[in-house]
Design a protein. Structure first.
Length: 106
């Protein structure tokens, strides 16, 4: 029993015999980098966990960008992120999330 951990080597170079069993472990990165496109055209970079909640991300945006959670609309791939987890909206490494400000009625 051993571990095949060098991604640069072909699997055949490990001397596997007929009937050998190989297991594959796929792990998600602990954090992913995403971009927030702001209304002024600027971009901010955030390190997040894909299984984090939309509400938690909105609070981070409020803290860093100074935009109240109640004024934020976050859009990824054309879908407004209303609740749940970021991964529910296909947020992944290097996604660009658009920050759109809610217009106040009056």
């Amino acid at each position: 029993q051993g571990t095949l951990s060098d991604d640069s080597k072909p699997i055949g170079s490990y001397g596997l015999q007929h009937g050998s069993r190989v297991s594959l472990l796929i792990t998600k990165p602990a954090t992913i980098e995403v971009f927030l496109r702001k209304p002024n055209g600027g971009t901010s970079t955030y390190d997040i966990k894909a299984d984090d909640t939309v509400d938690n991300f909105k609070r981070r945006v409020e803290s860093r960008e100074g935009v109240a959670v109640s004024q934020q609309r976050l859009i990824n791939e054309g879908r407004e992120m209303m609740g749940g987890k970021l991964s529910d909206y296909n947020v992944r490494m290097h996604s660009t999330i658009d920050l759109v400000l809610r217009l106040r009625g009056g």
